[in-house]
Design a binder for this molecule. Structure first.
Ligand code: HEM
Length: 228
């Protein structure tokens, strides 16, 4: 990713103004990537643990569909949180975690959709199509998934180079995917009159969107074209 390439230059003050001794270098931040990788696999380990201990509730498919959905959304929020955090604590090299978190969000989304296709729809394309047409929250989840798939497929340095400015434009779709995911969550909970979690995630996504828009406009005024 170009933003990661930019982070390589952090030591010379490429992103965050003059480099100071307190700035973490891309290499230092990179050392923590295996830790973040292992932490992001915690839900899978937890499910396996619960599975061995008969802890997946009376309805394991439903539990796994819901749990994978919540983790997909939580990781999406963490991905969106990287940019505000790196600006807030003035550590531009933290951008090195963004791609990994985004790909993990897509990983849990893929497991979530796979679990739905397998357990709820028995891999029948016609049954999946019917569900998309009959339940609006499924259609909204599908649109969010297509957006996340496009982002995951184009997340490599090669695609970033090939697409140039359009890569930045395309990757703003992550905000649309986040809003659609919260909407998907909200519609599911509307049927159960249980809105607390969708409101919490909605508030988090809303705050991150506002902060991101603020950063965008500030950088435009200062004169930077591409905002990572
Ligand atoms: C084709 C795409 C998708 C399908 C078919 C789908 C399907 C489902 C289904 C069947 C449920 C369970 C509903 C229930 O228990 O009544 C669910 C819940 C959920 N999904 Fe999705 N989903 C999709 C995409 C997404 C995406 C992209 C996200 C977020 C990144 C997401 C996040 C959630 C969340 C947070 C829940 C609620 C869990 C709960 O109630 O505790 N889904 N989804």
């Amino acid at each position: 990713m170009a933003s990661e390439v930019a982070a390589q230059r952090v030591g010379s003050g490429a992103l965050g103004g003059p480099a100071g001794p307190s700035k973490w270098t891309a290499r230092q931040v990179g050392r923590f990537k295996p830790v973040v990788f292992i932490l992001a696999l915690y839900p899978v380990a937890h499910w396996v643990w619960l599975g061995f201990g008969d802890g997946l509730t009376a309805n394991p498919p439903e539990f796994l569909i819901r749990s994978s959905g919540v983790w997909a959304l939580a990781l999406l929020c963490m991905t969106l949180g990287v940019t505000p955090l790196r600006r807030l604590i003035r550590q531009p090299a933290l951008v090195r975690f963004r791609r990994m978190l985004g790909l993990f969000s897509f990983f849990y989304t893929a497991l979530h959709v796979w679990a739905w296709a397998y357990w709820e729809r028995g891999w029948s394309l016609s049954s999946m199509g019917e569900d998309v047409l009959q339940r609006p929250f499924i259609a909204i989840g599908l649109v969010a998934t297509v957006g996340l798939l496009a982002l995951a497929c184009t997340s490599t340095r090669g695609w970033m180079r090939r697409m140039g400015h359009w890569w930045v434009v395309l990757h703003r779709v992550v905000y649309v995917a986040a809003v659609l995911s919260v909407w998907h969550f909200w519609l599911i909970r509307a049927g159960k009159n249980n809105f607390l979690e969708p409101y919490v995630y909605g508030a988090v996504v809303g705050v991150l969107l506002v902060v991101r828009a603020g950063i965008y406009w500030r950088e435009r005024r200062v004169g930077g074209g591409m905002v990572s």
